[in-house]
Design a protein around this ligand. Structure first.
Ligand code: COA
Length: 350
């Protein structure tokens, strides 16, 4: 069927159905041919991956043999060292080739959800879409995050609302961690801390979920949690805008296509745009939320300590959350400062 037009008679309808059937046969044949070609290419890819693994083993064996040869009498240490040095770039290339081509599941976290399946994308544009979808998920869920906070502020006594919010937060962080793991397999240079930080957030969400809302400490700190979550939600919106801005800049610079050749450059795209005004603008807000996390940790430790002093039952949720917030605060601060210092160094060099 060449063009879409309204069918007016039975004859025309019969003709249209015939054309559709013909086109369908054509499409089925094309799909079959593509599948065969893809399977052939995947078989070549499998054999390449197997060659890479073999060469990796050979290289390690060779390196071990060289260490033994070095100890034999009359052998030149310099010559052995020279050979060992020559092997460094070979090792690096093998590592890169493996990262680019071997199918990967990613971490245990991904395996727990998806099983032992390959999550590496080979299709052009797909890696970039993964990243875009990740940012889109954040953009779409940020307003929901904020809406919950507003409702919780006005209905603090609703246990059902608190529980739904905590379950939602659990879903939110689990989704983020899962997607970040998949992005990492596909060449993202995301620092491992940001993924760990979401595992910790999952732990915090679970702990809060198991914390009876009737608890005195929980009720006492309820508004602190709400103010913190509100501040965090606003900062998440700013972070999301910043990250989307980075993505647009990469597209504008024509760098986005590099995402499709994972690991060929340092990282999958060398996406660090360095010391930008938008990164500078973000910094005070980040620091505010991170110090807020440390303050919450302090409040939770104080609450546990006063329960201890009054010989009351120390709620495990309180002490566990205190440790989680402390780790989050310190880890986020250290990683953020290190990232900014790195950006600054990069800026100075250019
Ligand atoms: N979460 C998810 N991905 C992140 C991330 C984060 N917090 N920080 C950086 N990344 C990703 C980047 O998108 C980039 O990905 P790519 O390789 O797939 O393109 C990669 O990691 C490298 O980014 P980098 O150049 O190191 O940093 P950046 O300029 O993208 O962002 C910060 C730097 C400091 C703005 C960012 O790390 C950040 O927002 N940190 C604070 C997070 C925080 O404190 N959250 C808790 C309070 S809401």
């Amino acid at each position: 069927m060449s063009e879409l037009h309204e069918v007016r008679t039975l004859d025309e309808a019969q003709k249209a159905v015939q054309e559709m059937l013909q086109k369908q046969t054509q499409m089925q044949n094309t799909a079959h041919t593509i599948k065969q070609a893809l399977n052939k290419d995947y078989a070549i890819l499998d054999s390449l991956v197997s060659d890479i693994s073999k060469q990796k083993k050979e290289l390690e064996r060779l390196s071990r043999s060289l260490t033994k040869i070095e100890k034999l009498p009359g052998q030149s240490k310099e010559e052995v060292d020279k050979l060992q040095k020559q092997m460094h770039p070979v090792r690096d290339t093998l590592k890169k080739l493996h990262h680019q081509n071997a199918p990967e599941t990613g971490s245990l976290f991904v395996r727990l959800f998806l099983g032992q399946v390959n999550v590496k994308q080979f299709r052009d544009g797909e890696r970039f879409r993964l990243k875009q979808e990740y940012e889109k998920f954040k953009r779409k869920t940020n307003p929901q995050f904020m809406l919950f906070i507003v409702f919780l502020y006005f209905f603090p006594k609703s246990d059902a609302l608190i529980t739904i919010w905590q379950i939602w937060v659990l879903y939110y962080y689990t989704t983020l961690a899962l997607r970040e793991n998949i992005l990492k397999v596909n060449g993202s240079t995301i620092k491992i801390w940001w993924i760990l930080h979401h595992y910790l957030s999952i732990t915090a969400a679970l702990t809060m979920l198991l914390w009876p809302p009737s608890s005195y400490v929980f009720q006492n700190l309820f508004y602190t949690f709400i103010f913190f979550s509100g501040a965090q939600g606003l900062v998440q919106i700013l972070i999301n805008r910043y990250q989307q801005g980075q993505l647009y800049k990469l597209v504008a610079m024509g760098k986005a296509n590099m995402m499709d050749v994972a690991g060929e450059a340092e990282g999958w795209l060398g996406s660090d745009l360095g010391w930008t005004p938008s990164a500078m603008f973000l910094l005070p807000f980040l620091l505010f939320v991170q110090f807020f996390q440390l303050y919450i940790s302090y409040e939770l430790f104080s609450a546990s300590y006063s329960q201890f002093r009054q010989k009351e039952w120390i709620e495990w949720q309180c002490i566990a959350s205190a440790f989680v917030f402390l780790t989050l605060g310190i880890g986020n601060l250290v990683t953020t400062i290190t990232t900014y210092l790195h950006k600054f160094e990069k800026h100075k060099k250019h």
